[in-house]
Every structure is written in C-alpha cells, then in structure tokens.
Design a protein around this ligand. Structure first.
Ligand code: PMP
Length: 453
C-alpha cells in the first residue's frame, strides 16, 4: 500500500486537475519550499499536476519513483513511449554523443537511413520528411507550407484543439482558452463528440460536414481562402475521440474541395499508440497532405518532424531555405532510430492493441450502471473515460474527473484529464505497459469509481 504523503485528500475545485497555488500551505514543508523556489526562478506561467504535486527523481519502464522511493504506475506519459530509461535509447544516445553530434547540413548516413525507414511507415504519397525539435515547430512549418502551397490563409480546427506554443500555432489552439485569442483567419468546428452530436442530424458525419461548410463559408465571406484543416488524429485535448472510424472523410472532402489541405497532427497518437498501425489517421482510412510528429519520437530526446506530399514542397523548397540548428541532429536521430527499432522488436504496437483493448473492455464492465460514466472510448493505449453529472443531460463533470485523478495519484497511479471541461479521464501509458500493469490500473480505477456511487 501507499506510504506516499497523504496530506491533501479533497481535490481543489478552483483548479480542475492541477495544483491550486492558494493551497500551498497545505503541502509538506519540503514541497512548499521547492514550489516557492520554482516560482522564484521559473515565474508564474508554469503549472503543476495534481492537488498534491509530485517530485519525481527516477523512471524505469512504466514506473516513476519519488524522492522517498515510492513507485508510481505511469499511465499518463506518452513521451517515454518505449518506457522510461530504455537501455537501447540510452546506449544509442551515449554512443552517438561520443562520436558526433552535428546538423543536417552535412551528409550523414544515419539521417538518411532513419528518414527512409520512417517514411516507409507512411502511405507512399507522403515522401519527404523535414526535422524540427518540437511538435509546435513541426506544426508551425506544416502551416507555413500549407499557406505557401495553397496561397490561402484560413485555418480550421476543432474546438478543444491544442497544436503548440509558437505565436502562429497558439493562434489556432483553442484549448489555450480566452487568454490566447484565435487568429482572425481561424475558424472553429465542434469536436467530433459522437456521444453528444451524433443524434443532432442523424450522424456525426453530417454534423461535422455542416460545421466545416459553415466555417469555409464564413472564411470566404471575410475574403479568406482555406489553407488547411488541422486535427490531432485522436483528438486528445478535445476529449479523446477515436470513432466511429472514418468520420473525418466529409470534413476533408469539403476542405479539399475548397482548395485547402489536411494536416494530421500525430504528435500524440503517432508511433503506434492507437494500437493498429503506426499512425492514428490510418484508422480513418485517409491519407493526409501533411503529417506532424513529435513527442514519442525520441523517447524524451527533443526530435520532431513534418512529413509532406513531395509536390507541396516543390516551390517552397525552390524559394525558401530550411535550416534548423538542432532539428534532426545526429544524437536526436540516434534516439529516434532506437525508438523505431524497439517499437518493432518488442512488438509494442501489438501490445498497445492487446493490453489497451483489455483496459478498455474492463473499464467498460467496471463502469456498467454507473450514472456518472457516460462512455469509455479509445484505441490501443489512448483511452478516455467521459464523466458526466448524469446520463440524461450528459453534462460534463470536471470535478468528478479531478477527484478521480487526484485519488489515483494518492494510490500511486498517474493519469490525467482532458476535454472541454476537464471531464474526460485520459489514460495514455508508456507502450511496454503489461497485462499485470493493466490489472493494477483496473484495481485502482475500481476503487476510484466506488467514490462515484
Ligand atoms: N500537437 C499536439 C496534438 C500536442 O499534444 C502537442 C503537445 N502537447 C503539440 C502539438 C506540441 O508539441 P510540443 O510540446 O513538442 O511543442
């Protein structure tokens, strides 16, 4: 059982699913000190997970350890996708750091080899990869190319989308809230929430088609053409919407007909997390014009990329020089190569499908008859549990989600929440998560669900 500090039991209502600075005095002395130092040096823009923040000192596989040696089951972190401190990644980075770490202005066999192997995981239409350091940069570059190739400026996103932190990309990331105004060229459509919209006009597809038509018409009314529709293929920050597969088709047809492109943001679902193929968009049977990838790509070493249909880069490449000092450097590529190798050799995509499927079906049984669990949904190791005040109104219950997230944290199981009201539990473990790890998670969730009764 947990011997972790149990100081705070009741979750904060002031800040759903995060630490409320007004409650600093309730924390253990040592943590108060660390948070004050953190505020002093990092300033006020940063946030901390959980009502009782965690100090983590070590990670291994799917386990994180705090300063007192307590172990936490990591059901949240997708960046260490092949597991925390994977020996293959450590060795690859160590070897490469000792040998050479330089940039893409030199010919390097390892970059060529990795690029070819990476591109081979995509549909044949996607033929060029450009490296960046972060997902934000990849989306920034993707949108820059989309605008250049189409000659248009308009951008369509879903209402809870997050695509990154640059000035441009944050202007089409509505999940950042009212403090970050959307660009005048940005139009928002509903998240593909089958639970709440499917019955509106007979089908989710129809609803989304109407939404995107209206967005395009409004852009045109303002003299703005469509450059791109960009979507996270699993709609993570929107609330994890995995199906019904194929629902993206009508949106993309409309966007293409208006002269725009479809950018698949695979920063979250990519590298096999959704358990069926390498990329989340493949579940929908579509081929994007541009794909962006990041987070899990280097297991924590900063490396990300944008992948393009080659025809989009012909004019752009002729007229615009691309250089990214750190993007695709030798060490980043060594880490990325190790990640690709481990995903294949340890059959992690198959594991995501098998163990993720087990979690989804056991959570469905657990929540059967619970008025506050509207839906368990997901694919592979990307799972959402939609909490509501009651099933009749489907009114999102972010407070219940925060209670569960914080009570699991006290039981040393780490998850988070997403969705417009923070009401969707988000389960997204490192990919070597085993069947017995799933058993521990389910046991913890069963206990947390009893508080909902
Ligand atoms: N796209 C999505 C869907 C993301 O979730 C994120 C990060 N949370 C990004 C882009 C931005 O990636 P980064 O933080 O590496 O810039």
């Amino acid at each position: 059982m947990s011997n972790a500090p149990q100081t705070i039991r009741k979750p904060s209502r002031a800040m759903i699913n995060g630490f409320d600075p007004n409650r600093l005095n309730e924390l253990p002395e040592q943590m108060q000190k660390s948070i004050r130092r953190r505020d002093q040096s990092l300033g006020p823009s940063y946030r901390l997970f959980y009502d009782e923040p965690l100090e983590i000192v070590r990670g291994k596989g799917v386990t994180l350890f705090d300063r007192d040696g307590n172990d936490y089951l990591d059901v949240y972190n997708n960046v260490p996708s092949v597991g925390h401190a994977h020996p293959r990644v450590i060795e690859a980075v160590h070897q490469q750091m000792q040998t050479l770490n330089t940039n893409t202005r030199y010919v390097q066999e390892s970059i060529l080899e990795y690029s070819e192997q990476l591109l081979a995981t995509f549909p044949a239409e996607l033929g060029h990869v450009m490296f960046t350091c972060t997902g934000s940069e990849a989306n920034d570059l993707a949108m820059r190319v989309a605008k250049y190739a189409t000659g248009n400026q308009g951008i369509i996103v879903t209402s809870g989308a997050y695509h990154g932190l640059t000035a441009e990309v944050s202007s089409f990331s509505p999940s950042l809230g009212v403090g970050v105004p959307l660009g005048a060229n940005v139009r928002v459509i509903d998240a593909p929430d089958a639970l709440r919209h499917a019955s509106d006009k007979g089908s989710l597809e129809e609803h989304l088609r109407d939404q995107v038509r209206a967005a395009i018409a409004d852009l045109h009314r303002h003299g703005i053409g469509v450059a791109a529709f960009i979507a996270d293929s699993i709609f993570s920050s929107d609330g994890v919407f995995a199906g019904p597969t194929g629902f993206l088709h009508p949106i993309i047809d409309e966007v293409h007909a208006a002269g725009g492109l479809y950018i698949a943001d695979e920063v979250q679902p990519g590298f096999g997390r959704t358990g069926q193929e390498w990329w989340g968009f493949q579940r929908h049977g579509i081929v994007p014009d541009i794909v962006t990838i990041g987070k899990p790509m280097g297991n924590g070493i900063p490396v990300a990329a944008a992948i393009f249909k080659p025809e989009l880069l012909v004019e752009f490449g002729k007229n615009i020089r691309y250089f990214n000092t750190f993007g695709g450097n030798s060490v980043a590529i060594a880490a990325a190569q190790a990640v690709l190798d481990v995903i294949r050799e340890e059959s992690l995509i198959e594991n995501a499908l098998k163990v993720g499927g087990k979690i989804i079906s056991e959570l469905k049984s657990l929540s059967h008859g619970l008025e506050q669990v509207a839906e368990v949904r997901g694919s592979g190791f990307f799972i959402g549990v939609d909490l509501v005040t009651d099933r009749a109104t489907l009114s999102p219950d972010g407070v219940a989600a925060a209670e569960i997230v914080n009570s699991l944290r006290q039981d040393r199981i780490l998850i988070s929440a997403c969705g417009a009201q923070g009401n969707v539990l988000k389960l997204r473990p490192p990919m070597p998560f085993s069947s017995s790890d799933a058993d521990r998670l389910i046991e913890g969730m069963a206990k947390a669900f009893t508080n909902l009764r």
